[in-house]
Design a protein around this ligand. Structure first.
Ligand code: HEM
Length: 545
């Protein structure tokens, strides 16, 4: 998920939404043009620009090399050097593991990466300061809002100020209602019973029945969040595994936005966008599909009527009549609820496959509280399962769906640990590294140990600045309860009925794809086997709508 900043433009999500990026000749506008026009220098400049554009298009690696070379001239410290030479990759599988290592050894639990203009912190005091005490000084920031402007427009993740407040208030009103919770519970139960279980039964026991659980969870959470947010069903988890055009476009737009965020220089994607080539062209096409489908969703909603419906979109449509703004709102909610939940489920099932004793303890508790092999019947009933709640929190402590989140400092400042932050600097807090800090979680911090969340068998919440998985302070996640209900429902249903065997059990740590939400690079490949219980004799009919 994405965590970015105030987008001052009043326009929308599509390409028109971003402020025009300067074309190369504009970079030289401050030169006296009369002089330049008549001189050979002008030609030389245009030739240089042309070659630069050519290099960037034809050989992004070379462009990267040039850029890194330039950066290298600016900073030669050990960390920047390792970053630029990629020498960290010799010892660590993932960049986040390297950052965790550096932060662990920093006395303040804060490190600067000069070449990126980024200060990274795993210090709870700093995090409280950014997210709460000086919230006003750490907005999301223009650089990221530009990156996400095409995809998210003025949606909640990409704005600050009044626009953010409006969407937050509207969404809170809706998400806090009891009726919406029971509606969400019904949607999730239905998706599990009618799609997820039949799908897994169909794979169960087959020698070659390898299933990518990460992919299944992504489809599952997309179906659920679409039904919840729109009241409409994309049916991604049908047994035949069709992937809706919308979901594919959504994946692409998300992936290319992440690539923009990871580019060493925004110039690369801006030029590609201007020329409408490569990933930028594909991104534009994906956004077109998202726009068309978002329009269609709103059209259908209008036909059906939205005055009495229980979904989020209906609530927004009763108040907002600007379709582009509505589209942006909807897309942000999809993004919020889709990949995050799928990511949490993927790492949870990976950990459970490695720690079967914890899966058994979850089942023992469920049998005791709900009755042997019983399903939870309500949102509230799931909340009585304290060990399950602890296990889900523990899983996200070690593998947060959002590994890091950045803000941009507006005015020069000093963090509580004494770190000076210059105006315009990006400040990143790093939940992934925090989960690996002895100072925060004790000497057993690397162990998967749900008990650390229990006191006399009762779950207790941690300080959100020590555990900022759902962020904390003013922009805390609004879908936390819904996400937890979804994860726990899936976990209970699957653990009761299936054994999962990892196809690659030897991997001691997952390898992540670079991106906005934590994703296993090779998926989560498992062999599924049905357990012999009373429940497994139920006949799961394949549901065809
Ligand atoms: C395990 C699943 C989830 C995790 C780990 C998670 C985490 C987060 C985080 C870290 C943020 C802060 C983003 C930022 O402003 O920088 C956030 C915000 C938000 N989340 Fe979630 N989220 C999850 C699921 C959901 C779901 C299912 C929904 C919707 C039903 C949702 C709705 C939102 C919304 C609307 C915000 C924006 C809050 C604001 O800006 O005031 N989230 N979430």
């Amino acid at each position: 998920m994405i965590l970015l900043s105030p987008y001052p433009s009043s326009s929308s999500s599509s390409s028109s939404s971003s402020p025009p990026s300067p074309s190369l000749p504009l970079l030289f506008d401050h030169y006296p043009s009369m002089e330049l026009e008549s001189s050979w220098l002008l030609h030389a400049l245009y030739a240089f620009c042309f070659i630069l554009v050519f290099i960037i298009i034809v050989s992004p690696r070379f462009a990267l090399f040039l850029y890194l070379l330039l950066l290298k001239l600016w900073c030669n410290c050990e960390i920047c050097d390792a970053y630029l030479n990629l020498s960290w990759a010799k010892s660590f599988d993932n960049l986040c593991d390297w950052y965790a290592h550096l932060l662990k050894h920093s006395p303040t639990k804060t490190i600067p990466i000069h070449v990126l203009g980024n200060i990274i912190t795993a210090n709870p005091e700093n995090i409280k300061y950014m997210l709460k005490t000086r919230f006003d000084n750490y907005p999301k920031g223009k650089p990221f809002s530009l990156i996400l402007g095409d995809f998210l427009g003025r949606g909640i993740f990409n704005v600050d100020g009044d626009m953010w407040r409006f969407q937050k208030n509207m969404a809170s009103l809706e998400l806090d209602r009891l009726s919406i919770r029971s509606n969400a519970f019904e949607i999730v139960r239905c998706e599990i019973e009618k799609r997820l279980l039949p799908l897994l039964v169909s794979f169960s026991g087959k020698e070659d029945g390898i299933l990518d659980l990460q992919d299944v969870f992504r489809r599952f959470s997309f179906d659920s969040i679409c039904q919840f947010s729109f009241g409409l069903d994309p049916k991604c988890l049908q047994l035949s595994l069709p992937m809706s055009e919308f979901a594919v476009a959504f994946d692409l737009a998300s992936k290319f936005s992440a690539e923009r965020a990871m580019a060493v220089s925004p110039l690369v994607w801006k030029i590609k966008r201007k020329l409408n080539i490569g990933s930028e062209k594909k991104m534009k096409e994906a956004i077109k599909i998202i726009d068309i489908l978002a329009q269609e969703v709103m059209r259908q909603k209008r036909v059906k009527g939205f005055s009495t419906h229980k979904d989020l979109l209906s609530r927004f449509m009763r108040t907002v009549d600007d379709d582009t703004y509505l589209r942006d709102i909807v897309i942000s909610f999809l993004l919020a609820g889709r990949d995050t939940v799928a990511s949490a489920l993927t790492s949870f099932f990976w950990l459970l496959a490695k720690h079967p004793e914890i899966g058994s303890a979850i089942q023992v508790e469920a049998d005791r509280v709900l009755g042997p092999n019983q399903e939870p019947k309500s949102f509230e009933e799931i909340q009585q399962l304290h060990y399950l709640q602890a296990a889900v929190h523990e899983s996200m402590r070690l593998y947060p769906p959002i590994q890091f989140d950045s803000k941009f400092c507006q005015q020069d400042d000093v963090l509580p640990d004494g770190t000076f932050v210059k105006r315009g600097t990006r400040v990143t807090y790093h939940p992934y590294a925090m989960g690996r800090m002895e100072e925060i979680w004790g000497p057993d911090c690397l162990e998967f140990k749900p008990e650390r969340w229990l006191r006399d068998g009762v779950f207790f919440s941690e300080n959100p600045f020590k555990y900022p998985i759902f962020q904390g302070g003013f922009r805390v996640c609004l879908g936390k309860d819904m996400a937890l209900m979804e994860i726990k429902s899936v976990c209970l249903s699957l653990l009761q009925r299936f054994h999962f065997k990892l196809v690659f059990p030897c991997h001691s740590t997952p390898r992540f794809s670079p991106g906005l939400t934590s994703t296993f690079r090779d998926g989560l490949l498992v062999l599924v086997r049905e357990k012999v219980t009373q429940l497994s004799h139920r006949n799961y009919m394949v549901h065809v709508d």
